[in-house]
Design a protein around this ligand. Structure first.
Ligand SMILES: Nc1ncnc2c1ncn2[C@@H]1O[C@H](COP(=O)(O)OP(=O)(O)OP(=O)(O)O)[C@@H](O)[C@H]1O
Ligand SMILES: [Mg+2]
Length: 252
């Protein structure tokens, strides 16, 4: 079982969205997924209810996938490690841990149990220094444990990225971007990061409504006139799978 923990010092950076994206990728691969919602706003814990209550109009909703469970993380470190063992024994392929913004002790524990810690980085001027502070937090945390070899890998992922920035990142020197965007992009790309970026998309914004991407994709594919939407969900799923494959490759 792979364990991925999302952390950030800053709120609204995309932790929960990246968590849902990775769950979507793993479900698309037929994997068994568990998510821990370590945030006080309990957005993930409410995901299934929000999905079930959403009005999809003429499109027939599929049942919530039985291969996805969402729980609160255990309160103590002992219970956390016991739960991880139980999930592993139950054949879980992936555990994704979402956390609250800010540097809290409970988040330290949720980071330490991971194979890989992912720091979502929104490419905005006001945010990139907070990405560095999240890396510094993890570096300081790594010094507090006796066996540094067992410390998770730490990488950023550029999340909620406007198309013009994705296009510029593919070009040498990131040409045609306003200077402030270029500075932010250059600095983020200097951090240890995954190459796959998550684009800004309405479909990501409405995750609570449509549920995991493959679920929405298949439901729309089966609906009359739903092909275009199904294709949109599929395109995003491909991007999420690319990120998930990169993460799995780096933790191996
Ligand atoms: N790729 C994206 N495209 C469009 N909207 C996005 C994208 N990623 C995140 N958002 C939106 O940005 C907002 C913040 O994202 P999200 O909730 O994932 O961040 P967070 O780090 O979990 O926030 P918090 O710290 O409050 O828990 C949400 O409204 C979300 O829908
Ligand atoms: Mg969140």
């Amino acid at each position: 079982m792979q364990i991925i923990t999302l952390i950030q010092t800053k709120g609204g950076s995309g932790k929960t969205t990246v968590a849902m994206s990775l769950a979507s990728a793993a479900l698309a691969k037929g994997e068994k997924v568990c998510m821990f919602d370590g945030d006080v706003n309990q957005q993930l814990l409410g995901w299934q209810t929000a999905y079930e209550e959403a009005d999809w109009g003429r499109v027939k909703k599929a049942p919530w996938p039985v291969t996805l469970t969402i729980k609160q993380p255990p309160a103590s470190v002992e219970d956390l490690y016991a739960e991880v063992e139980a999930l592993e024994a139950a054949g879980t392929d992936l555990l994704i841990i979402d956390t609250r913004p800010g540097t809290y002790k409970d988040t330290d524990d949720l980071a330490l149990v991971a194979d890989i810690v992912v720091i979502p980085a929104k490419p905005a001027q006001a945010e990139w220094r907070l990405v560095l502070s999240a890396f510094k937090w993890m570096e300081d945390l790594s010094k507090t444990i006796s066996d540094e070899d067992s410390f998770p890998q730490v990488r950023s992922v550029l999340a909620n990225v406007p198309t013009k920035i994705i296009n510029a990142a593919a070009r040498v020197g990131g040409s045609k971007l306003p200077q402030h965007d270029k500075v932010v992009l250059d600095n983020l790309l200097k951090t240890p990061h995954f190459d796959t970026m998550l684009p800004n998309s309405r479909l990501f914004e409405h995750f609570l409504h449509h549920g995991p991407l493959p679920v929405a994709q298949y439901a729309h594919r089966a609906a009359k006139g739903g092909t275009l939407m199904a294709n949109n969900f599929e395109d995003l799923t491909v991007i999420c799978i690319s990120l998930y494959d990169e993460i799995k490759g780096s933790a191996a």
